[in-house]
Design a protein around this ligand. Structure first.
Ligand SMILES: [Zn+2]
Length: 217
């Protein structure tokens, strides 16, 4: 089966995930779209929390996020995961630490509609890119109650929409305070969800080292 597939790939032209232009090799993106996904460690903060990300937010990265999130496209997710692992590798040489990646949770309605846990899958994809490290994905947070889709809301509305709507799952095993606990997401815009996640984690006395996202506005 594999040999049939690889034979077929000799004849089927590959196309860029984002713009659809023909590719000469097995890369996922054309040269132009690749340029828009250049990895560089970028720093910011959300409230008092240090925030790191590796991709600029632009037409290409926003399309990649949609392809990963709404179409469950593995190749798009791998590009976002590579951005997260890039930031981790740039920041953390301390391999003796156990690193826990805590996903900022999605709205339950969105997860039901998609049929998969987008951020959790992104984290798992990231751990596969650094297989020998002690990185684990810990999906200990959940959104409960009615939360609207944030995309059309202003910064203030987003804060009001999500405030006190995130909690640590009852069944969750809380990691030790000596481990490096990192919040992560695909995209951080206003930071309202991240701040709410921090509030929920403070309630169980779990210190958070920082926030890493693939991309930010
Ligand atoms: Zn392209």
């Amino acid at each position: 089966m594999n040999s049939i597939r690889s034979l077929a790939s000799l004849f089927v032209l590959q196309s860029c995930l984002v713009c659809g232009s023909n590719l000469q090799d097995k890369s996922k993106l054309c040269a132009k779209c690749s340029l828009a996904t250049t990895l560089r460690l970028r720093r910011g903060s959300v409230g008092e929390l240090p925030h790191y990300y590796a991709l600029e937010y632009n037409a290409v990265t926003s399309k990649l996020i949609l392809l990963a999130k709404e179409d469950n496209l593995r190749q798009a997710r791998e590009i976002l995961a590579a951005a997260i692992t890039f930031a981790i590798k740039e920041l953390l040489a301390r391999e003796e630490n156990r690193i826990n990646l805590i996903p900022i949770p999605s709205r339950p309605a969105a997860t039901r509609q998609r049929g998969f846990l987008h951020t959790q899958e992104l984290g798992l994809s990231a751990t596969q890119l650094i297989p020998t490290s002690g990185i684990k994905v810990l999906p200990i947070l959940e959104i409960f109650g009615k939360v609207k889709d944030q995309s059309a809301l202003s910064a203030k509305e987003r804060y009001q929409n999500i405030h006190k709507m995130v909690r640590v799952k009852r069944s969750a095993e809380i990691p030790g305070a000596t481990e490096l606990n990192i919040l992560f997401d695909d995209l951080v815009t206003t930071g309202a969800s991240a701040l709410e996640a921090v509030r929920a984690l403070k309630a169980v006395n779990l210190p958070i080292w920082g926030l890493i996202s693939a991309c930010a506005t």
